[in-house]
Design a protein around this ligand. Structure first.
Ligand code: KIV
Length: 275
């Protein structure tokens, strides 16, 4: 059954945990979908893990559309959420609606995600009014790293914790169907989860959230440039890839690959006529 923004809300009501992973291409999306993960986030993290940027700021709408289209072709039951890149919604409510619309219409996502609290509520309201489900994202919002002064845990002090709680309520009020909580102390994330009616999806926010999200290259040991404390490597695919690439190099250099098994044949009599 296709997961939707509505099934997300129902999961919270039933107390069922939600799973979300990032994906950026067709074949990974298919594997995530087949594993029964509820949602794929085509995150702007693609700027770092796929495109090799230092942060997510250079990611463009065209990058997001390109990858969202590929993911949508591979996702059957999984809800596809496309991230709105830096400066695609901060500039105006109008830009936010137009760009969210493109991610749905051209990218074939079923929902969008944007970062921020109270300051982006007018954007959330307008996008939701256009019938596009919005997932909010508060706490450590990577598009604001220059304002934060780096990748830091958010909401540790009393004032910051109160602000985060208010932001969660504000994005709920604005109509978001879910909210990502990134790098937030576990106790605060649990409190927010109890105080809002929409599902909270944690990343570095502890087990008290309604669901979890991870960047797939992180949880498969495929991206070593930056290793946050909250990442668990569930399968060391990165190491398997390294072994596979080295084995391929060795066999090609030794002449053992390709063998007969991987080679096409032709009638010898035809070949003789070519000499
Ligand atoms: O871009 C992304 O992948 C994200 C997740 C880390 C939540 O925003």
């Amino acid at each position: 059954m296709k997961n939707t923004a509505v099934t997300f809300k129902q999961a919270k009501e039933k107390g069922e945990k939600l799973t979300m992973l990032t994906a950026y291409d067709y074949s990974t999306a298919k594997l995530v979908d087949e594993a029964g993960i509820h949602s794929i986030l085509v995150g702007d993290s693609l700027g770092m893990v796929c495109l090799g940027y230092e942060d997510t700021l250079p990611v463009t709408m065209e990058d997001m559309l390109h990858h969202t289209k590929a993911v949508a072709r591979g996702a059957k039951n999984t809800l596809v959420i496309a991230d709105m890149p830096f400066m695609s919604y901060q500039t105006s409510v109008y830009d936010a609606v137009v760009n969210a619309g493109r991610l749905i219409k051209e990218g074939h996502a079923q929902a969008v995600k944007l970062e921020g609290g109270k300051e982006v509520c007018p954007q959330i309201e307008a996008i939701v009014r256009a019938s596009i489900p919005v997932c909010a994202h508060i706490g450590l919002t990577p598009q604001s790293i220059h304002a934060f002064g780096g990748f830091k845990v958010q909401g540790k002090g009393e004032e910051a914790a109160r602000r985060l709680l208010k932001e969660a309520k504000a994005v709920e009020e604005a109509g978001a169907f879910a909210v990502v909580l990134e790098c937030v102390p576990e106790a605060l994330a649990s409190l927010i989860t109890r105080q809002v009616s929409i599902p909270t999806i944690g990343i570095g926010a502890g087990a008290g959230c309604d669901g979890q999200v991870l960047v797939y290259q992180d949880m498969l040991g495929m991206y070593a440039d930056f290793a946050p404390k909250f990442v668990k490597v569930f399968a060391n695919v990165g190491e398997e890839m390294r072994k596979g690439f080295a084995a391929y190099k060795k066999e090609v250099e030794e002449g053992t690959f390709p063998s007969k098994e991987h080679t096409f044949r032709m009638d010898e009599s035809i070949l003789e006529k070519l000499y």
